[in-house]
Ligand binder design. Structure first.
Ligand SMILES: Cc1cc2nc3c(=O)[nH]c(=O)nc-3n(C[C@H](O)[C@H](O)[C@H](O)COP(=O)(O)OP(=O)(O)OC[C@H]3O[C@@H](n4cnc5c(N)ncnc54)[C@H](O)[C@@H]3O)c2cc1C
Length: 428
């Protein structure tokens, strides 16, 4: 998906390497990009010095303090088994293949989100190399302004070499998904709208409309089908979680029911994101309401009888809970009060498919506009959109504060490949 031609690629092994690399970039007057998995690239790393952190995978769990030190290149798939061995859970998202640092810098909303909040809200401190090549610690006490900006502000203020995160005592959940045929999508969406208002914060759930290709990467029972899925994770007494899902079963029997008492180590089976690299493009927006009009528009673009949609999945995740109760001034992350997070994903095996998908999803979002809040969740934007819509990921005050921080920590905008946040004097 990403074609990039960096001037030089450096595989860093530790913080010292990162410091030396940033100093070298200054001497050579090169901009610096940083990637671990290459899942979330906005601007390709062209003509720059590219730091690949994928070898930096050290993880240290301190079970007594329920924390873990996670190095810059670790994926959630490295962290989850290590922490689960102590009965503890990190706030990972739907896929274990995603990098812990990239995910967390953008907010980080996963299956424990409504109960324990965003990954960004569970960082104790970051170790970060700033544009002058210094290694700093950013926490509530040390460099608190930088700490504020790194939590939600993306990777444009410095290179994280590692961070300490909070863990939570979760080893079993009631999780999974129900599958209904697309013909029932209107009824399922309408019920979901009411249901999310009745569930406690222990339940994080989503609804996904899917047009699945007839390809071997799709599980056989879904290959070539159009379906609507109710997904969820209940983090509390499993009997309580089961009762909430039983309500769906009693309402209408799904054609597949994969909800179960689940070891949290298997949480990735709720979304079943592809394990290997797949050429795809993600877009998204916050929905203000799942009204009848919004449902009509979703179905117009997703139901196969209305034409050949290039969109593989439109998922609406139920946010809120603890996320919305954190004082918005605490971190750079915006949109805490928004509750319905929409993500649109399509496959892009060719340049033509890419162009068609970009055009189609722009029209889809235009039609949905009356129901959108006008704001975005940066982690779900890719490609040009991730560069152009950065302001909509933050409150105006937070964006302005980020541009001031950028001027203080990276005045030459050397780290310009993360969220596109210009130093303040360049915005005037
Ligand atoms: C299959 C899949 C499932 C996903 N599910 C979720 C989900 O449930 N919830 C959610 O919130 N998001 C989710 N995402 C989005 C994901 O959080 C973003 O794509 C994120 O940017 C990926 O980070 P990465 O490190 O894996 O990718 P990379 O492409 O390696 O990094 C992405 C960006 O992060 C920054 N970055 C990475 N490492 C550093 C560092 N050491 N220092 C400074 N900046 C750095 C850089 O700006 C880089 O361009 C998902 C993505 C995929 C592909």
């Amino acid at each position: 998906m990403v074609n990039q031609r960096p001037a030089l690629i450096i595989l860093t092994e530790n913080a010292q390497d990162v410091m030396e690399t940033v100093r070298l970039a200054r001497e050579e007057d090169l901009d610096v990009a940083v990637q671990s998995t290459v899942h979330g690239v906005g601007r390709p790393a062209d003509d720059c010095l590219l730091i690949r952190t994928s070898n930096m995978t050290d993880i240290r769990v301190d079970a007594a303090s329920q924390t873990a030190w996670v190095s810059a290149g670790a994926k959630w798939g490295h962290v989850l088994p290590t922490t689960q061995a102590h009965g503890l859970a990190p706030l990972l998202g739907s896929s274990p293949d995603v990098g812990v640092v990239g995910y967390t810098l953008g907010g980080g909303f996963g299956w424990l989100g409504r109960k324990y909040g965003l990954a960004a809200d569970s960082v104790n401190y970051f170790e970060v190399v700033t544009a002058d090549g210094q290694l700093l610690r950013a926490s509530a006490k040390e460099n608190p302004d930088l700490f504020w900006g790194l939590r939600g502000g993306g990777g444009s203020l410095g290179i994280i070499t590692g961070m300490e995160i909070k863990l939570y005592p979760v080893s079993t959940v009631y999780g999974g998904f129900l599958v209904y045929p697309m013909e029932k999508a209107r009824a399922v969406l309408t019920r979901f709208r009411e249901w999310v208002d009745s569930v406690p914060e222990k339940m994080t759930s989503s609804i996904a409309l899917m047009n699945l290709p007839p390809l071997p990467i799709v599980p056989e029972y879904l290959r070539g089908k159009s379906v609507v899925m109710v997904r969820g994770c209940y983090c509390g007494l499993v009997e309580e979680g089961e009762a909430f899902i039983q309500g769906w079963r009693d309402w209408q029997a799904p054609f597949m029911d994969a909800f179960r008492v689940m070891p949290f180590s298997e949480v990735a089976s709720i979304s079943n994101d592809p394990e290997g690299p797949v050429p795809g493009l993600s877009s998204g927006a916050w929905l203000g309401e799942l009204s009848d009009g919004a449902i009509d528009t979703l179905l117009r673009h997703m139901a196969p009888e209305n034409g050949d949609s290039p969109i593989l999945m439109t998922e609406i995740r139920h946010a809120g809970g603890v996320i919305s109760r954190v004082d918005p001034g605490t971190t750079a992350y915006g949109n805490r009060d928004a509750e319905l997070l929409m993500q649109i994903v399509g496959m892009t095996p060719t340049a033509e498919a890419y162009a068609h998908l970009v055009q189609y999803s722009a029209r889809f979002k235009e039609d949905l506009e009356p129901y959108l809040t006008g704001t975005v969740y940066m982690n779900f934007l890719e490609g040009r959109e991730s560069l152009e819509r950065v302001k909509d990921g933050f409150s105006p005050e937070a964006f302005e504060r980020l541009t001031r921080l950028k001027a203080a920590y990276d005045p030459e905008n050397r780290f310009s490949f993360g969220f596109n946040i210009p130093p303040v004097d360049r915005t005037n």
